[in-house]
Design a protein around this ligand. Structure first.
Ligand SMILES: C[S@@+](CC[C@H](N)C(=O)[O-])C[C@H]1O[C@@H](n2cnc3c(N)ncnc32)[C@H](O)[C@@H]1O
Length: 259
């Protein structure tokens, strides 16, 4: 971490936030537009709450379409960038932890995109995210999670590392603990002058069926599971998913029986 990084910003301090909105990848216009299209459609004109709203990559363009958008975000450094984007000034941001922070209002849709459920590194914490999402939803409201699947099929016995990128100046690899479902995402960057940076971010991977159970604990039921924002079919070959759960339209404060 550099001197201006605030430890309260967690894994996304100033030195990360400053590069977060670079061109391409998750910031490519077609990637953002496909996610925003689906979220706008699912919200049906109602208010949206984005957990871990980050720099407003998704929230700002959604708000620019006239959708009322609020966000919860742990990192002040990330959240400080939201208002710079078109639509961003309309996003109501609360600094806090999505496992427990409550904001005023009742929402048609809560969303948590770009693998960020994995930033909560315990199963209990991830259940708390689902409970907190349900607590913000109107009866019949929707919770949307976009998350990748762990690449365990590429792990031969005795090996725990899966490389995902190796280009001049950059090496990326994930390291898995299949007992705890924890993994680290590792990024090694070497500049032309030979100086380097190593970033190691902890995650917890979570299976689709496990997410369905978390939703059920929180009083929600499965509505959609797509392989991507284009709503492609989710199959055995999918590398991630966009899943949607619906809060029970009746008895909104009661979880369904677990039996
Ligand atoms: C990969 S970024 C995603 C940001 C944004 N949703 C996007 O799609 O670009 C992950 C974000 O989650 C935030 N975050 C991680 N854990 C959090 C928590 N428990 N509560 C709130 N925000 C959290 C981080 O600070 C970071 O801004």
């Amino acid at each position: 971490m550099s001197v201006e990084d605030d430890p309260a910003d967690g894994w996304f301090p100033e030195s990360v936030a400053t590069d977060y909105d670079g061109p391409g990848g998750a910031n490519a216009p077609e990637v953002v537009t496909s996610a925003v299209d689906v979220l706008e459609d699912l919200a049906e004109g109602g208010p949206v709450l984005e957990f871990a709203v980050g720099t407003g990559r998704i929230a700002a363009p959604l708000a620019a379409r006239g959708v009322p958008v609020s966000g919860i975000e742990l990192s002040r450094a990330m959240a400080a960038r939201i208002a710079d984007k078109p639509g961003g000034e309309a996003v109501e941001v609360t600094i806090g932890d999505m496992t427990s922070t409550r904001v005023a209002g009742e929402f048609s849709l809560v969303c948590l995109v770009f693998n960020t459920i994995g930033n909560v590194t315990t199963q209990d914490g991830q259940v708390d995210v689902f409970r907190n999402a349900a607590a913000h939803l109107r009866p019949g409201g929707l919770f949307v999670v976009e998350v990748g699947l762990p690449d365990l099929r590429r792990l031969p016995p005795g090996q725990d590392v899966v490389p995902f990128a190796m280009t001049p100046g950059y090496v990326g690899f994930d390291q898995y603990d299949v007992v705890t479902q924890e993994f680290t995402s590792n990024h090694v960057t070497v500049s032309p002058d030979g100086t380097g940076r190593f970033r190691r971010i902890p995650f917890r991977y979570v299976w689709p069926a496990e997410l369905d159970l978390m939703a059920r604990i929180a009083g929600m039921r499965p509505k959609h599971r797509w392989a991507d924002w284009a709503r492609s079919e989710f199959t055995a070959e999918s590398t991630g998913h966009v899943s949607v759960w619906e809060k029970a339209p009746h008895h909104p404060h009661e979880a369904p029986p677990l039996g």
